[in-house]
Design a protein around this ligand. Structure first.
Ligand code: ZN
Length: 337
């Protein structure tokens, strides 16, 4: 039975479509994916019945990126049916490229935006999760937007906590708006319910906010976190704590956080012992799936097969035991050493 290492060597000995077909067969995870920004643009067109405006190739800054989402995508997310169709399409796209486990976020205020109860919303998500279970294991993540009123987030989260719908929470949005410490109480509530704790940090802001997320929110994983590289002591701390950085290189380039894939710090973070995974963030906007990201890591970001194997294994280690067992019993046997 081929090992993951052998499969990766075979994959990178080929190129083009052949490389992609090899990569699709590997068990992969996507632990940083905003579900409503994860379908193909073509699926968006089909669901909304119009051609949605295409994103620019790069954004001037985070505000420019948010303006595109708010003016060109969000207005199409009307009505529960469309929203659930978009989530379903996003998950099907992931399954099609061989993602076996995802932690995919949905803003906790979406039910209110749609005019339905959290219980109704959770019931529909559960139906989607069960329908998809043969192809992909889904952990729905409660997205907490830093820019929303704390009281509204707290109320919505409490309602979600009565449903068993969420497996994790994540703080997202403009990092300059509200520091992580403000959300401490929400994180403790989620922790008491056994949810995995994650937060966006160290993307547009520097290492100090990553430290704050670690100390105040006790997060298990940081979404992005790449600016930790600016503080060697923080890098050591992340490595010693085993904190996972769910990194999205294409997103970082398109938002101007790093100038290009060649100067992305991912290789250095891995060398220094930080647990790193590779993810898509917003496929609808950035257009790179996990297979594309893996190809880019090899071709442009100075990662060799050893480092890419480590990245894939870290993702699988983050998946539930049931997923790991399924992979080890499959024909690939790739989780075994
Ligand atoms: Zn994100």
């Amino acid at each position: 039975m081929p090992t993951l290492r052998q499969l990766l060597e075979d994959a990178f000995a080929s190129d083009g479509l052949d490389l992609r077909l090899h990569l699709i067969r590997l068990p992969k995870t996507d632990l940083h994916a905003h579900s409503l920004l994860s379908p193909r643009l073509e699926d968006f067109d089909d669901i909304v019945g119009a051609r949605v405006a295409r994103p620019p190739d790069t954004f001037r800054d985070f505000n420019h990126f948010q303006a595109y989402i708010r003016s060109d995508l969000v207005p199409h997310m009307r009505g529960p049916e469309r929203v659930f169709d978009l989530i379903r399409k996003a998950l099907l796209r992931m399954a099609d490229e061989g993602v076996v486990y995802t932690e995919t976020s949905v803003d906790v205020l979406v039910p209110q935006f749609l005019g339905i109860t959290v219980a109704e919303f959770a019931e529909s998500l559960e139906r989607i999760r069960v329908d998809m279970a043969e192809r992909i294991t889904v952990c729905f993540e409660g997205g907490l937007n830093r820019e929303a009123p704390l009281e509204a987030l707290s109320t919505a989260l409490e309602e979600f906590l009565t449903t068993d719908c969420l497996g994790s929470i994540d703080l997202y949005g403009d990092e300059t708006i509200a520091p992580p410490g403000q959300f401490r109480k929400l994180y403790y509530r989620a922790r008491d319910h056994g949810l995995k704790l994650k937060a966006h940090s160290g993307e547009s802001c520097g290492p100090d906010l990553i430290r704050e997320a670690l100390e105040c929110l006790e997060v298990h994983a940081i979404q992005h976190g790449i600016r930790a590289i600016e503080d060697p002591h923080l890098v050591d701390l992340l490595a010693s704590r085993g904190t996972v950085l769910n990194v999205c290189p294409t997103s970082n380039v398109k938002l101007g956080i790093v100038p290009d894939l060649g100067s992305h710090p991912i290789a250095h973070l891995i060398e220094r012992g930080v647990r790193v995974t590779i993810n898509t963030d917003d496929f609808t906007v950035f257009g790179a799936d996990i297979c594309d990201e893996l190809t880019n890591l090899y071709e442009y970001s100075h990662l060799d097969v050893d480092a890419i194997e480590k990245v894939l294994r870290t993702g699988i280690e983050e998946a539930p035991k049931s997923v790991q067992t399924k992979i080890s019993q499959s024909s690939m046997q790739t989780v075994k050493a």
